[in-house]
Design a protein around this ligand. Structure first.
Ligand SMILES: CC(C)(COP(=O)(O)OP(=O)(O)OC[C@H]1O[C@@H](n2cnc3c(N)ncnc32)[C@H](O)[C@@H]1OP(=O)(O)O)[C@@H](O)C(=O)NCCC(=O)NCCS
Length: 146
């Protein structure tokens, strides 16, 4: 992801995260830390950007900052492909564990993460606002091939 992708990414972000979308300033703030502690990628189809993913990595720990796939491209393995690329980058950077937060009611995302080997670590009450809890999931990376 480069700065000139941010406009299209934010348009997708607003479509997919209607309750609390990241602003352009938040994406620019993240990109300012590439490559030191961040890694961001986009996927494009013939119509433009249809997916993006972001990693925060300070070895030995890493976090999934964001992952999203446009509705037109969902259900075809792109989310898994983006997540696998993020995991490979975290391993390349020497991270041993990868964490993420996900809304307790986000069944598609939870299914994606569980399929990819993430396990529940706990629940953060009110993480996304009053009455909106987050699940904390973790995947151990030590032992993954670099
Ligand atoms: C979560 C998201 C990234 C998944 O992307 P995707 O490209 O549709 O996912 P994939 O096609 O790669 O599916 C991977 C696995 O996730 C699961 N999954 C994906 N969508 C699902 C759905 N709607 N219902 C149930 N399981 C689903 C499946 O188990 C699938 O594994 P399988 O193919 O072996 O059955 C996408 O739905 C999205 O962008 N959602 C909105 C943004 C969001 O919530 N991001 C995560 C924030 S924590």
């Amino acid at each position: 992801m480069r700065w000139w992708d941010v406009e299209d990414v934010v348009a997708l972000e607003r479509e997919l995260f209607s309750h609390d979308p990241w602003t352009p300033e938040q994406f620019w703030g993240e990109l300012a830390h590439v490559p030191e502690t961040r890694w961001y990628a986009v996927h494009e189809d013939a119509s433009g950007i249809d997916g993006y993913v972001g990693l925060f990595a300070v070895p030995p720990e890493a976090d999934v900052q964001t992952i999203a796939v446009a509705p037109r491209s969902q259900g075809r393995g792109l989310g898994r492909e983006l997540l696998d690329a993020l995991v490979a980058e975290a391993v390349r950077r020497g991270c041993a564990q990868l964490f993420l937060e996900v809304r307790v009611d986000n069944a598609p995302a939870i299914a994606l993460y569980e399929r990819a080997g993430f396990e529940p670590q706990g629940r953060r009450s009110g993480y996304y606002g009053p009455g909106q809890d987050a699940l904390v999931l973790r995947r151990r990376l030590a032992g993954d091939a670099p």
